[in-house]
Design a protein around this ligand. Structure first.
Ligand SMILES: [Zn+2]
Length: 424
């Protein structure tokens, strides 16, 4: 058997596939199932962020109790312990979450050492000025070249080279079901010209990733198959997004990650430009964006999976998602509020009978006669209870969206849901 035949066999693997269960007429919206070696992901789905291979304040038991279907982890952080993870049999077992997993390429982390990479921001003049200033300092700790990214951990450390091949190597060792190609994420302050250069580089890197990925898949064919997603950039420029979608869409990727820095208001257009061109039969992951309205815009424009650290980060600061909008539990008006965090919520926190007033008292920033140990313990418990609730809320939202697609009721469900949540 020659290499080409081997490649074909691998790409026709039966461990990873995507089936579209239902697609709405004249629309990019679909519900489907991603089959992976570690289980199925029913889409649309929210992938919980487990930066270091575990989800902060959410044990594997709770993770499954809230019905989460998968976890996305930080490739850069895990690259430092990739051999250890491999010895455990890969990320799914290492993490003990035993679920489908994704790693990112590490690019976001390594480039953010030197440039002002940012995700979606709401555009005001201060934001733009700040992002432009960061973009000018691009060479501070990271230098992007065609070879890869030269980076330093700090000003005194030696420069290291981070390449597309290296990203494939450690992602193979980590062993997530879905891995991401190494791409150059630009910042919102970068010029059109710079975006053209970066996009061209991302295309070349995508080819190098695919080549290395195929070699590694052949070398490691006794391991579960790992699906490689190409990552699309092109900022807010329609022609660049279309070029990226055509170029990467014609390559042998198993799916696609949609990335980039742009204004929130442009999200729908950008996803539409990409997803009308990308092959329909491959799954698409929207990288790092999961406010409720972003999820609806993503689903409407053909995205299947989502991730974002916000539900957890916001929980730690007392922000609670409810069907009537987000509330801040620290607000004094919840002092004597004995309702659950959200009416009718089926998350383990609410089902166990915890109330707003109780969680508020645990989270409060004042000692109130508590010992420092008790103060810390209470705060941590409150953050855990809120994390469970918020993650459940978003996971459940994607499930409700999925059901609304299957029942041909997506637009109606979306309008009602958003009207209640954002009171618009
Ligand atoms: Zn709840």
């Amino acid at each position: 058997m020659n290499n080409n035949q081997l490649n074909d066999n691998l790409l026709n693997n039966n461990q990873f596939s995507f089936e579209i269960t239902k697609k709405l007429e004249n629309s990019l919206t679909r519900a489907g199932i991603i089959h992976t070696p570690h289980g199925d992901i029913e889409t649309p789905a929210f992938m919980v962020v487990g930066t270091y291979g575990k989800v902060n304040l959410l044990s594997p038991k709770l993770f499954h109790e809230i019905g989460a279907s998968g976890m996305i982890c930080n490739g850069f952080h895990l690259s430092k312990i990739s051999e250890k993870i491999e010895a455990f049999g890969g990320l799914s077992s290492y993490s003990k979450y035993n679920c489908p997993t994704i790693t990112d390429s590490g690019g976001f982390q390594v480039m953010s050492l030197g440039s002002g990479v940012g995700k979606v921001i709401s555009m005001d003049k201060r934001d733009i000025a700040r992002e432009q200033a960061k973009a000018k300092e691009k060479n501070r700790l990271a230098r992007v070249t065609d070879d890869g990214v030269y980076f330093k951990k700090d000003e005194n450390s030696d420069e290291k080279l981070f390449t597309p091949e290296y990203s494939m190597e450690f992602q193979h060792e980590i062993g997530a079901d879905i891995i991401m190609a190494f791409d150059e994420l630009t910042s919102i302050g970068d010029s059109r010209k710079y975006n053209e250069i970066a996009l061209n580089r991302t295309y070349k890197w995508a080819k190098r990733c695919l080549k290395k990925h195929k070699e590694l898949s052949i070398e490691r064919k006794d391991k579960p198959y790992q699906a490689l997603y190409g990552v699309l950039q092109g900022a807010h420029y329609q022609d660049l997004r279309e070029i990226a979608s055509k170029d990467l869409g014609s390559m042998d990727f198993d799916g696609y990650g949609l990335g980039g820095a742009f204004e929130k208001e442009q999200l729908g257009d950008i996803l539409f430009w990409c997803d009308t061109i990308l092959p329909e039969n491959k799954p698409r992951h929207l990288l790092g964006l999961s406010q409720p309205d972003d999820i609806f815009v993503g689903v409407e424009n053909g995205c299947d999976t989502f991730d974002c650290v916000a539900p957890m980060r916001e929980a730690r600061h007392g922000k609670v998602y409810t069907p009537d909008g987000a509330i801040n539990i620290k607000n004094s008006k919840y002092k004597n509020d004995n309702d659950p965090l959200a009416d009718g919520c089926q998350c383990p926190t609410c089902k166990a009978g915890h109330t707003r007033s109780e969680i508020r008292a645990l989270l409060k920033n004042t000692m109130d006669g508590k010992s420092p140990e008790q103060f810390k313990k209470d705060k941590l418990l409150a953050m855990e209870l809120l994390t469970i609730h918020n993650v459940y809320f978003i996971v459940n939202l994607t499930k409700e969206i999925r059901n609304s697609i299957l029942e041909d009721n997506f637009h109606n469900f979306r309008d009602k849901w958003l009207k209640r949540y954002y009171k618009s």
